[in-house]
Design a protein around this ligand. Structure first.
Ligand code: ZN
Length: 243
């Protein structure tokens, strides 16, 4: 019997589709397994893959060595947390926020934010050149604190930072228990991304393009520029009071 061309095409397309699905599934298995042993175990279970003579020829795995290579290519041998949300869905708001700046030399480091107050210490003031009080160095610290301020004062921003859409701020290694991101944890990564967006935007865009998009999305939605202007004004008043 001669197959019609359209039937043949449909059959070819279907086979291609099936191969694609198998490949996708095997890639998922590779990502989710901690070792190539586990990978082979699951392949054996789901695809009758046997170390001796089984194969997944359709997706280019002919023998055990191919399977191990496939696993190495698609798995880091570790389990990373998955962040399923999309940056496109980010939707946040910020109520009216009154920013205070206060001096507190008991804090660790240069600056710290609690509620609507940014505390600055002598270590911060060491950075300040009174002839150029808004140097990039100083602004980066202040903007980092504004990042914390946004996180603390908006429930929706806090929620979206913890959702970490598309892993934009970094990723968490579940099997080894560590965070790999812009800074040492998710909140600090957000604050640092926020500061970099304004002071070193090319650095952020080139090294963490998704974080750049994330900050841009949030900054637009809450008119962060106004908040920044308030903070800088408060900071200059604060300096006047100090010196
Ligand atoms: Zn911080």
């Amino acid at each position: 019997m001669i197959m019609s061309i359209s039937k043949m095409l449909t059959k070819l397309l279907t086979e291609k589709e099936i191969r694609k699905n198998i490949k996708k599934r095997v890639e998922e298995i590779a990502q989710d397994t901690d070792s190539w042993y586990d990978f082979i175990d699951v392949l054996t279970y789901e695809y009758d893959f046997s170390i001796k003579d089984g194969d997944l020829r359709d997706i280019g795995i002919h023998d055990l060595d191919d399977a191990i290579d496939f696993w190495k290519d698609h798995s880091e041998g570790e389990v990373w947390k998955v962040y399923p949300d999309s940056i496109d869905d980010v939707n946040v708001s910020l109520g009216s926020t009154r920013v205070n700046i206060e001096y507190d030399n008991s804090i660790p480091g240069e600056a710290r934010t609690r509620g609507e107050t940014i505390y600055l210490s002598d270590r911060f003031l060491d950075f300040v050149d009174l002839d150029d009080p808004v140097s990039d160095e100083v602004l980066e610290i202040l903007y980092h604190e504004i990042g914390h301020l946004l996180h603390e004062n908006s429930r929706s921003i806090k929620k979206w930072i913890s959702k970490n859409p598309e892993g934009c701020l970094g990723k968490y290694n579940i099997s080894k228990g560590y965070w790999d991101g812009i800074s040492h944890n998710i909140t600090e990564s957000w604050a640092q991304a926020f500061a970099m967006y304004y002071v070193r935007s090319n650095d952020l865009r080139n090294n963490f393009p998704k974080a750049y998009d994330f900050v841009e999305t949030i900054a637009d939605q809450v008119s962060a520029r106004n908040l920044i202007d308030d903070v800088v004004r408060e900071y200059l008043n604060f300096l006047d009071g100090m010196f």
